[in-house]
Design a protein around this ligand. Sequence first.
Ligand SMILES: [Zn+2]
Length: 373
Amino acid sequence: MRWSWKIGRIAGIDIYIHATFWLLILFIVFAYWMQGHSVATALGGVAFVVAIFGCIVLHEMGHALAARRYGIRTRDITLLPIGGLARLERMPEDPGHEFWVAIAGIMVNLMIAGAIWLILTGLGLPTSSRFVWVGGHFLNRLMTVNLWLAAFNLIPAFPMDGGRVLRALLATRLEYTQATQLAARVGQVIAFFFGLVGLFTGDFFLLFIALFVWMGAEQEAAMLQIQTSLGSIPVRRVMLTEFHTLSPDDPLGRAVDLILAGWQHDFPVMFGDRVLGLLTRDDLMKTLAQRGSEGRVRDAMRREFQVADSHDMLERALAILRDSGSRALPVLHDGRLVGMLTMDNVGEFLMIQSALRQAQLAENQRQMTQAKP
Ligand SMILES: [Zn+2]
């Protein structure tokens, strides 16, 4: 995610902090400063932020560890003011798995709140579930933050965990696409309700949440549409079939000529009819800087690279392409090179599909108006 900085690594997962998180920190430190006008109270505010921050990390680790149980790795975790975002390698396909991965985060916050409650009552301190930014016992405040995080995430709307819980529950009865559409619809009804209440009470926070939830629902539905449309298209319908290849003994100058003369950035390197490597533009530039144009393709090419099969579905091939870190994927069939797949390529395919759909819609409309008496 853009505007994020890496702050550490836990259990092999990179933790990032988003720029907007600093707004929350500023807000709390300011609120504390206003209360006491002393460095000590401001520092108390910082400690509170760090504790909230830890709870959000634990919430996201809950998702990540639940996902790991189902063999799904987590790419990274980003901390945002409204919570965190654990980017999973893929979404669980089994509704039961999705349910447990989504609910795990909420359960972490409830467990933290429960543990703090036990400590507070054990110490004989008063407990209150009223949420305050400033005042009261530090642990009590932290407990209410966790209850609040759990409640907020239980709202049955994307992108909150509750939205995923709802979809998982619906998906046990309905088809996955239908379940997502229904869950997105429910989310938008909730967003509309929040927006209405926010408008009448002048509560900007509710308005903000309403906007956030509305966009989340739109995004989830749109993403699914792309996914399902890509999920049913084989790579061979989209892949490039006209492209250049290189041999390992070619001088780098040949690759330079091809890059300047054509559109291609990445070249499969062939030994006979076997794909030996992949020469990417970045690798070419690096080796060119070291050895000049007399260097050989074999010195610059990657020997380890990902490939797709022409019978793979586009969705799967795109996931491979994203993970490969290069911009082109050699497409093989029965071990032979039959094409190349690039993001541009897929983008063009989607544009063409959408243009054809519009033409079809216009045609349908024309026929309907003609059919009218
Ligand atoms: Zn969560």
